[in-house]
Design a protein around this ligand. Structure first.
Ligand code: NAG
Ligand code: NAG
Length: 507
């Protein structure tokens, strides 16, 4: 199977196979279908990778079903050891993985190596630790005894019992948009608990940035996972993603991506086999700055919250509400911080801002900038850019009902608005279809408690933004979706409860 060789950090060469990873082999797609992936910083072609067709998804499903028969009976200790081994290999090849993320997704090398791969390692090792602790409860009932078991997600489609298995797909912003989000982390958020729970899985990588997954596939084979336990395929959402969502033998889909694509996944489940669905569908995160907040800390995190990865993260703090007493001063300081970004090659150490994932996303972001201006909001800075680069942008005095305040832009566009009282800002923060994450900046304990309690979001942070940890559950409320990644909750998502009851026959 062909490979591609690319120049990564410090001109170090990284070689990855370009085929679909099925049954621990790299194979071409049906009809040799491929798709091209570009370097978003330069527009140059990086690689043509195999693009999974419906037939290829069928092959991956058959392989996962074969693997499931032995994998589900594998000792928990073996699963733990394999996950730990994979973590060691990811750590060994971290520079290659981070180079690929920089080249293919435009993510800063230093963010990738320092944060994302670190997060991936934390998750692999955290869930390796859970693999041999997937236990149930013992319960008392009058008839005799009962206990629960936590089993891999099984389902005998068409009543054929050996079809018990689980497959999943990870899609990132697939059907209409192809965003990179922070792919290295999110892949592992799904993969680690799924494997710890005894499932087999198929990962569909984003068509705009498949190369990280190609490398991960190599490491999965090297770690010694049996063939079929993990398949990694790239493909279009409208082809491979659709085939997965509709597949009668797939028992669960865990999806991270746009709200529109998420609805299609859920509808496909309802139309076909009622596969379990976990959805993580982005957000419009409020960052609330009270006038008693630590000034430096609030500035640091609110700026990062909308500029990290160009705002192409689902938890972006894109709505910034600032108490009117400090509003003007804050806007000036925020603007000064955000304007000095150094655009360039994400592999270079001096670069502080990489490109957006592609031209389509750039155009979408710029169309929101126009909508912002049309809505009467005041452009504080930015608004333009060259090629795939879009300058950090901020609007002041944004109306609560403006499109830029209500819709997810997935770009480096901050919407800033003033508030007077705690009640008012709670109302504004909750006034969103989304409910993924929120950040509150204050030094008043009681206020922090009240506001965190009132937020309709799956995560709320106090005096920090982002803050993702392997042991803390992450996911949305409202139209941000349902289900959780990370934490013990993720393990629960990847297992089902069976209750076993015994009646004692008395003489
Ligand atoms: C796919 O590519 C291989 C190798 O280049 C070639 O032998 C084969 O004929 C191609 N198949 C199709 C259907 O194009
Ligand atoms: C969030 O704010 C809205 C509007 O003020 C309110 O109706 C809702 O009850 C709040 N949510 C919670 C959980 O307090």
């Amino acid at each position: 199977m062909p490979t591609v060789c690319l120049k990564g950090i410090d001109n170090h060469l990284v070689t990855v196979p370009t085929g679909l990873f099925i049954d621990n082999e790299f194979v071409p797609a049906t009809r040799n279908a491929t798709l091209d992936t570009e370097n978003p910083a330069t527009g140059s072609l990086l690689a043509s990778v195999s693009a999974a067709q419906k037939e290829d998804i069928d092959l991956a499903v058959q392989s996962a079903k074969r693997a499931y028969r032995t994998w589900r009976a594998e000792s928990p200790g073996t699963r733990r050891n394999l996950l730990n081994k994979l973590a060691d290999l990811v750590e060994r090849d971290a520079t290659d993985l981070a180079s690929l993320e920089a080249l293919d997704a435009g993510i800063l090398y230093r963010d990738s190596i320092g944060l994302h791969i670190h997060q991936a390692l934390e998750n692999l090792r955290y869930f390796a630790g859970w693999a041999d602790k997937v236990d149930g409860l013992s319960l008392t009932i009058p008839e005799g005894m009962a206990y629960t078991r936590r089993e891999p997600i099984v389902g005998s489609v068409y009543k054929i019992s050996f079809l018990s298995h689980l497959l999943t797909v990870l899609e990132l912003r697939i059907y209409w948009l192809t965003h990179p989000d922070i792919y290295s982390m999110i892949t592992v958020w799904k993969l680690a608990p799924a494997l710890a729970g005894g499932n087999t899985l198929i990962i569909k990588t984003p068509e705009a940035s498949p190369l990280y997954g190609q490398k991960l596939a190599q490491l999965i084979a090297e770690a010694g996972f049996p063939p079929g336990v993990v398949s990694i395929v790239c493909g279009l959402g409208t082809v491979a993603g659709k085939a997965i969502s509709e597949h009668p033998d797939i028992r669960k889909v865990s999806f991270t991506g746009s709200a529109g694509a998420g609805r299609q996944v859920l509808a496909a489940s309802a139309r076909t086999n009622l596969k379990r669905v976990t959805l993580e569908l982005g957000g419009k995160g409020p960052a609330i700055v009270f006038d008693d907040a630590d000034w430096e800390n609030a500035l640091l995190w609110t700026t990062l919250g909308i500029t990290v990865n160009n705002g192409q993260v689902c938890i972006a703090g894109s709505r910034i509400y600032v108490q009117s007493t400090i509003y003007q001063r804050f806007a000036e300081a925020f603007s000064a911080r955000s304007r000095d970004a150094v655009h360039g090659d994400p592999l270079l150490p001096e670069t502080t801002k990489g490109p957006l994932i592609n031209k389509m996303q750039r155009e979408k972001v710029l169309s929101f900038v126009q909508k912002g201006q049309a809505s009467g909001a005041k452009l504080l800075h930015g608004g333009g850019g060259e090629e795939n680069f879009v300058a950090n942008t901020a609007f002041l005095d944004v109306r609560q009902d403006a499109d830029i305040m209500q819709q997810e832009i997935f770009g480096p566009v901050a919407c800033i608005a003033p508030f007077e009282t705690e009640e008012e800002v709670i109302e504004k923060a909750n006034d969103s279809a989304y409910g993924l994450s929120a950040a509150v900046f204050t030094n008043d304990l009681n206020k922090a408690f009240r506001v965190t309690e009132a937020m309709e979001t799956g995560q709320v942070t106090v005096n920090v933004w982002g803050a993702l940890n392997a042991n803390t559950p992450f996911g949305g409320m409202k139209e941000s979706g349902f289900g959780r990644d990370m934490g013990k909750e993720a393990l629960d998502e990847w297992t089902v409860v069976k209750c076993v009851k015994w009646q004692i026959v008395r003489k």
